[in-house]
Design a protein around this ligand. Structure first.
Ligand code: HEC
Length: 138
């Protein structure tokens, strides 16, 4: 937490250095926040898991967290880090510039970008199942 506060808050955002006590207080407060869970249709989510595998989403969004902790080159957007998919259902807006209000919009692409990798060729029903699967990722 102290590294996050130093690198993000102080170095990148130009904030003032927090005391150790302030960092500890912030950490305690964050840890105490209740986890938010999305409600999903379990059948749709199970079908969506198959779509996720067929569309090879896991080539970038790998493992339990749905990331590879690396940057990839995205058409129209350049180098971007692969975001975690854990908790994605409850943290919109989506994509680096927040242009997608919903998961479906993120998959279809917005802000002048084309469809997300692997999405072209999926029909509306498959996308809806994929969204149900993503929404339940915790
Ligand atoms: C080539 C690597 C790659 C593949 C393949 C890929 N993604 Fe992504 N994904 C990314 C990157 C990079 C971003 C961040 C894009 C941005 O912020 O504009 C992203 C963003 C997302 C987001 C938005 C997350 C957020 O917090 O804003 C979702 C949802 C998502 N991907 C789901 C999928 C699904 C589902 C598939 C398969 C159909 C898939 N991705 C395939 C690299 C990939």
């Amino acid at each position: 937490m102290s590294h996050v506060m130093e690198d993000t808050f102080e170095v990148r955002m130009g904030g003032e250095r927090l005391t150790r006590g302030e960092v500890a207080a912030l950490e305690g407060w964050l840890d105490g926040l209740p986890a938010v869970a999305a409600t999903v249709d379990e059948d749709a989510a199970a079908r969506g898991r198959d779509v996720f595998e067929r569309a090879e989403c896991g080539s970038c969004h790998a493992g339990a967290l749905g990331t590879q902790r690396a940057s990839v080159i995205m058409p129209e957007a350049g180098h971007l880090q692969v975001p975690l998919l854990v908790g994605v259902g409850v943290r919109g807006p989506f994509l680096h510039d927040g242009c997608a209000a919903t998961l479906d919009e993120a998959l279809l692409g917005c802000g002048g970008r084309g469809p997300h990798p692997g999405v072209e060729g999926l029909d509306e029903g498959e996308r809806a199942d994929l969204v149900a699967f993503l929404a339940g990722w915790d």
